[in-house]
Design a protein around this ligand. Structure first.
Ligand SMILES: [Zn+2]
Length: 199
Protein backbone atom coordinates (compact mmCIF):
# COMPACT_ATOMS: atom_id res chain seq x y z
CA UNK A 1 0.00 0.00 0.00
CA UNK A 2 1.65 3.21 -1.13
CA UNK A 3 -0.02 5.24 1.63
CA UNK A 4 2.58 4.05 4.13
CA UNK A 5 6.04 4.96 3.06
CA UNK A 6 8.16 6.44 5.75
CA UNK A 7 8.36 6.55 9.48
CA UNK A 8 9.29 9.12 12.05
CA UNK A 9 12.98 8.71 12.80
CA UNK A 10 12.29 9.60 16.44
CA UNK A 11 10.00 6.63 16.94
CA UNK A 12 11.18 3.06 17.40
CA UNK A 13 11.68 1.93 13.80
CA UNK A 14 9.44 -1.02 12.95
CA UNK A 15 10.77 -4.00 10.97
CA UNK A 16 11.56 -2.87 7.42
CA UNK A 17 8.53 -4.51 5.83
CA UNK A 18 6.05 -3.54 8.52
CA UNK A 19 4.09 -0.32 8.67
CA UNK A 20 3.02 -0.82 12.25
CA UNK A 21 4.51 0.55 15.40
CA UNK A 22 2.47 -1.06 18.11
CA UNK A 23 2.94 -0.38 21.77
CA UNK A 24 1.10 -2.49 24.28
CA UNK A 25 3.10 -1.55 27.37
CA UNK A 26 1.25 -1.51 30.64
CA UNK A 27 1.41 1.22 33.23
CA UNK A 28 1.39 0.65 37.01
CA UNK A 29 -0.70 3.81 37.36
CA UNK A 30 -3.81 2.75 35.49
CA UNK A 31 -6.62 0.24 35.32
CA UNK A 32 -9.41 -0.02 32.75
CA UNK A 33 -13.05 0.20 33.81
CA UNK A 34 -16.51 1.15 32.67
CA UNK A 35 -16.76 4.90 32.17
CA UNK A 36 -19.60 7.31 32.81
CA UNK A 37 -18.32 9.41 29.91
CA UNK A 38 -18.02 6.81 27.15
CA UNK A 39 -17.59 3.05 26.92
CA UNK A 40 -14.59 1.95 28.94
CA UNK A 41 -12.06 4.40 30.35
CA UNK A 42 -8.79 4.50 32.25
CA UNK A 43 -8.73 5.06 35.98
CA UNK A 44 -6.03 5.92 38.49
CA UNK A 45 -5.01 2.72 40.25
CA UNK A 46 -3.34 4.77 42.98
CA UNK A 47 -2.98 8.48 43.70
CA UNK A 48 -0.89 10.05 40.92
CA UNK A 49 1.32 13.10 41.55
CA UNK A 50 1.09 16.09 39.20
CA UNK A 51 3.35 16.05 36.12
CA UNK A 52 3.72 12.26 36.08
CA UNK A 53 4.27 10.49 32.77
CA UNK A 54 1.46 8.00 33.26
CA UNK A 55 1.42 5.93 30.10
CA UNK A 56 2.81 6.16 26.61
CA UNK A 57 0.15 6.30 23.92
CA UNK A 58 0.60 3.40 21.55
CA UNK A 59 -0.70 2.65 18.11
CA UNK A 60 0.04 2.53 14.44
CA UNK A 61 1.91 5.29 12.65
CA UNK A 62 0.04 6.42 9.55
CA UNK A 63 0.52 9.24 7.09
CA UNK A 64 -2.01 12.02 6.55
CA UNK A 65 -3.64 10.39 3.51
CA UNK A 66 -4.29 7.17 5.39
CA UNK A 67 -5.43 9.17 8.40
CA UNK A 68 -7.96 11.05 6.26
CA UNK A 69 -9.23 7.77 4.80
CA UNK A 70 -9.74 6.34 8.29
CA UNK A 71 -11.49 9.47 9.47
CA UNK A 72 -13.90 9.21 6.54
CA UNK A 73 -14.60 5.59 7.44
CA UNK A 74 -15.12 6.56 11.07
CA UNK A 75 -17.66 9.23 10.21
CA UNK A 76 -19.56 6.72 8.06
CA UNK A 77 -19.51 4.19 10.90
CA UNK A 78 -20.82 6.83 13.26
CA UNK A 79 -23.61 7.79 10.80
CA UNK A 80 -24.68 4.14 10.74
CA UNK A 81 -24.87 4.11 14.51
CA UNK A 82 -21.58 2.27 14.89
CA UNK A 83 -18.50 3.03 16.95
CA UNK A 84 -17.41 6.61 16.26
CA UNK A 85 -14.52 6.63 18.70
CA UNK A 86 -11.40 8.46 17.58
CA UNK A 87 -7.99 7.19 18.58
CA UNK A 88 -5.80 9.26 16.28
CA UNK A 89 -3.16 11.69 17.52
CA UNK A 90 -1.34 14.17 15.35
CA UNK A 91 2.38 13.43 15.63
CA UNK A 92 3.65 16.09 13.23
CA UNK A 93 2.79 17.60 9.85
CA UNK A 94 3.22 14.30 8.05
CA UNK A 95 2.24 11.51 10.41
CA UNK A 96 -0.51 10.58 12.83
CA UNK A 97 -0.70 7.84 15.44
CA UNK A 98 -3.80 5.63 15.36
CA UNK A 99 -4.41 4.00 18.72
CA UNK A 100 -7.06 1.62 17.41
CA UNK A 101 -4.81 -1.37 17.94
CA UNK A 102 -5.55 -4.56 19.81
CA UNK A 103 -4.09 -4.61 23.29
CA UNK A 104 -3.49 -0.86 23.35
CA UNK A 105 -5.04 0.07 26.67
CA UNK A 106 -4.06 3.74 26.27
CA UNK A 107 -6.74 4.14 23.58
CA UNK A 108 -9.40 3.95 26.30
CA UNK A 109 -8.56 7.46 27.55
CA UNK A 110 -11.67 9.57 27.29
CA UNK A 111 -11.99 13.24 26.50
CA UNK A 112 -13.07 15.79 29.05
CA UNK A 113 -13.58 19.51 28.55
CA UNK A 114 -11.91 19.88 32.00
CA UNK A 115 -9.27 17.13 31.80
CA UNK A 116 -6.87 15.98 34.51
CA UNK A 117 -4.20 14.87 32.03
CA UNK A 118 -2.68 16.11 28.79
CA UNK A 119 -1.18 14.34 25.82
CA UNK A 120 2.35 15.58 25.27
CA UNK A 121 4.54 14.90 22.28
CA UNK A 122 7.98 14.23 23.75
CA UNK A 123 10.52 13.60 20.98
CA UNK A 124 7.99 11.89 18.73
CA UNK A 125 6.32 9.84 21.46
CA UNK A 126 2.93 10.70 22.88
CA UNK A 127 2.91 10.62 26.67
CA UNK A 128 -0.13 11.03 28.87
CA UNK A 129 0.98 13.38 31.66
CA UNK A 130 -1.00 14.33 34.77
CA UNK A 131 -1.98 18.02 34.85
CA UNK A 132 -2.52 17.93 38.60
CA UNK A 133 -2.57 15.49 41.50
CA UNK A 134 -5.11 12.78 40.71
CA UNK A 135 -6.97 10.81 43.38
CA UNK A 136 -7.13 7.02 43.36
CA UNK A 137 -10.15 5.89 41.37
CA UNK A 138 -10.53 9.09 39.32
CA UNK A 139 -11.06 8.62 35.61
CA UNK A 140 -8.10 9.87 33.59
CA UNK A 141 -9.07 12.28 30.83
CA UNK A 142 -7.40 14.41 28.20
CA UNK A 143 -8.59 17.16 25.87
CA UNK A 144 -8.85 15.63 22.40
CA UNK A 145 -8.53 19.13 20.95
CA UNK A 146 -10.62 18.49 17.86
CA UNK A 147 -10.99 21.03 15.11
CA UNK A 148 -14.04 23.26 15.21
CA UNK A 149 -15.18 22.14 11.74
CA UNK A 150 -15.76 18.56 12.99
CA UNK A 151 -17.93 19.41 15.97
CA UNK A 152 -21.11 17.68 14.73
CA UNK A 153 -19.35 14.33 14.58
CA UNK A 154 -18.07 14.46 18.13
CA UNK A 155 -20.71 14.78 20.85
CA UNK A 156 -19.30 15.08 24.39
CA UNK A 157 -20.74 13.64 27.58
CA UNK A 158 -18.03 14.71 30.01
CA UNK A 159 -20.61 16.55 32.12
CA UNK A 160 -18.22 19.27 33.29
CA UNK A 161 -19.34 22.92 33.54
CA UNK A 162 -16.93 23.79 30.70
CA UNK A 163 -18.65 21.37 28.28
CA UNK A 164 -20.49 22.82 25.26
CA UNK A 165 -21.92 19.38 24.40
CA UNK A 166 -19.42 18.60 21.64
CA UNK A 167 -15.69 17.98 21.60
CA UNK A 168 -13.93 21.05 20.25
CA UNK A 169 -10.53 22.38 21.22
CA UNK A 170 -10.59 24.82 24.09
CA UNK A 171 -9.73 27.87 22.01
CA UNK A 172 -12.77 27.33 19.75
CA UNK A 173 -15.44 26.43 22.31
CA UNK A 174 -16.72 30.01 22.42
CA UNK A 175 -17.49 29.74 18.69
CA UNK A 176 -19.49 26.57 19.24
CA UNK A 177 -21.40 28.08 22.18
CA UNK A 178 -22.27 31.08 20.04
CA UNK A 179 -23.41 28.84 17.18
CA UNK A 180 -25.53 26.62 19.44
CA UNK A 181 -27.08 29.65 21.14
CA UNK A 182 -28.23 30.92 17.75
CA UNK A 183 -29.62 27.56 16.58
CA UNK A 184 -30.50 25.51 19.68
CA UNK A 185 -32.39 22.78 17.78
CA UNK A 186 -29.63 21.98 15.30
CA UNK A 187 -29.88 18.71 13.43
CA UNK A 188 -26.81 16.52 13.81
CA UNK A 189 -27.88 14.06 11.11
CA UNK A 190 -27.77 16.18 7.99
CA UNK A 191 -25.10 14.17 6.20
CA UNK A 192 -25.80 12.08 3.13
CA UNK A 193 -26.71 8.42 3.67
CA UNK A 194 -23.70 6.31 4.55
CA UNK A 195 -22.09 4.06 1.96
CA UNK A 196 -20.30 0.83 2.75
CA UNK A 197 -16.63 1.28 3.64
CA UNK A 198 -14.18 0.57 0.87
CA UNK A 199 -11.74 -1.58 2.79
ZN1 LIG B 1 -17.31 17.92 27.39
Amino acid sequence: MSAHRRFLPEVNPPPARSRRFVLTARSPWVRAGRSGIHGRGLYARTAIPAETRIIQYGGEIIDKAESARREEARVKRLARGGDGSVYVFILNQRFDLDGRVRGNVSRLLNHSCAPNCRAQNIRGRIWIVSEREIARGEELTIDYGYAFSDWRNNPCRCGTPACPGYIVNEGQRWRLRRLLARAPSHDTNTDAPAEPDQI
